[in-house]
Write a protein that binds this ligand. Structure first.
Ligand code: URA
Length: 434
């Protein structure tokens, strides 16, 4: 077999066999197929798509590129969750401790920032000492001791996704339904949970810009999970403006802790409750409404915050920042972006806000770029808010003041103003698929 022929076959719109897909995935993971051939193949997949069978084969090849964790000894109360990506999406940091405090086990494998979207691992690594690179054995030990663990794809677990994900990030091949579905499901299947909740984000900050595409992605992932004997639910959520008010890494960790301390941050709180309640309902078999009550009570009682602290410590982090945010990385420079006209914010393009945050150093432009954990954007206004000239709309944070001009331009281009207050649906959950 030759990579050239497989690229050509996909480029011309033909269906690949499982062996051909395995050849590409295994060859690239072992370094036999170079970046340029894999990039060409990914672009061919991007334009030609994949059949359901090809997507399932791609998922299996990526899952089998490393070890598969065995969580069967923890029984059925094991539940995993994954988001298809967004801006300001810090839901894992909030939901995982809530669900672990309720007696579930969460073995979670997460990703890094991709395109304009943030990554849970980059956020967690802004916590001093926090280690996301655990081996399969350490992963299982932490889940056993602490009820939860969030790790990266190590050399051991889905190494194929680790390499392909980084390549897609820099070759404009992210927003492809088969590539996203196989990337997410290979990690979810490899981390061994019998119950999986997928957060399929939709809107300007998501890879799926409209509900139709989001439904297609959700259907594909649910079908792959079910065909592998897992219970799967997909929750379609609104990502048309950034989730919450903080976009970046340390700033999102801080916002997550504020929510766990009881602050009902609008939009973010609703999405977290819906995702957590779906996870609990899937794992326990209890009715959704009673799961919503358990979730909100767990936050209100402080149990979720106590679990968060325990988790940070179990993965080597210094948890003192929970009571003193100045122990998190702090940006040396800040710039306020102010309104240049009176009016309501009628639209905030979340992708542009994500790009502004990347420009400040919070995300990567090339796959070996270093992340600045302190950089990011703090929103002071959101869609529907009234602004007067000179009001602060957001604060940009960076370690290098030279980065502000370009990021400010990007942020300003994300905003639309109008004289009439826009009608807001108020619904963050757009649908649930099981
Ligand atoms: N999240 C992933 O893990 N993979 C993707 O391709 C997109 C979002």
């Amino acid at each position: 077999m030759r990579a050239y022929d497989i690229i050509e076959k996909k480029r011309d719109g033909n269906e690949l066999s499982g062996e051909e897909i395995e050849f590409m995935v295994a060859g690239y993971t072992r370094g036999i197929i170079p970046d340029y051939q894999m990039s060409a193949w990914l672009m061919a997949v991007y334009f030609q798509g994949m059949t359901d069978r090809e997507t399932a084969d791609l998922t299996m090849s990526m899952m089998n590129s490393g070890s598969v964790a065995d969580m069967s000894r923890f029984g059925n109360m094991v539940v995993d969750k994954h988001s298809s990506g967004g801006v300001g999406d810090k839901t894992t940091l909030i939901i995982a401790p809530i669900i672990a405090a309720l007696g579930c086990k969460i073995p979670k494998m997460s990703g890094r920032g991709l395109g304009h979207t943030g990554g849970t691992l980059d956020k967690l690594e802004s916590i001093p000492g926090f280690n996301t690179a655990l081996s399969v054995e350490e992963f299982e030990r932490v889940v056993n001791e602490c009820g939860m663990a969030v790790i990266s794809q190590t050399e051991n677990i889905t190494p194929a996704d680790k390499k392909i994900y980084a390549l897609r990030d820099t070759t404009a091949t992210v927003s492809s339904i088969p590539l996203i579905a196989s990337s997410i499901m290979s990690k979810k299947l490899a981390s061994g949970a019998p119950n999986i909740v997928l957060d399929v984000t939709i809107g300007s900050g998501a890879f799926m810009k409209d509900i139709g595409k989001g439904q297609q992605l959700a259907e594909k992932m649910v079908a792959i999970g079910k065909s592998c004997g897992r219970n799967v639910a997909a929750v379609l959520t609104d990502m048309d403006e950034p989730l919450g008010f903080a976009v970046g890494n340390a700033v999102e960790v801080e916002e997550s802790v504020r929510l766990l301390k009881g602050k009902k941050i609008s939009g973010l709180y609703e999405v977290c409750v819906a995702l957590a309640a779906n996870m609990l309902s899937l794992a326990s078999g209890e009715a959704y409404d009673s799961c919503v009550k358990c979730v909100t009570d767990t936050v209100a009682s402080g149990a979720a915050l106590r679990q968060f602290k325990k988790w940070i410590e179990c993965q080597g982090g210094d948890a003192r920042f929970i009571d003193d945010f100045s122990l998190l990385p702090t940006a040396k420079y800040e710039r306020a972006v102010t309104a240049v006209r009176d009016g309501y914010i009628t639209h905030m393009d979340a992708e542009m806000v994500g790009k502004a945050s990347c420009m400040l150093g919070a995300g990567r432009l090339k796959y070996d770029d270093e992340i600045d954990p302190a950089a990011g954007v703090i929103l002071r206004k959101k869609v529907g808010d009234m602004c007067h000239i000179g009001d602060t709309v957001c604060v940009l944070k960076a370690s290098d003041p030279e980065l502000f001009d370009e990021a400010e331009q990007a942020f300003v281009s994300a905003l639309d103003f109008g004289d009439v207050k826009p009608a807001l649906s108020g619904h963050m959950v757009l649908g649930i698929m099981r």
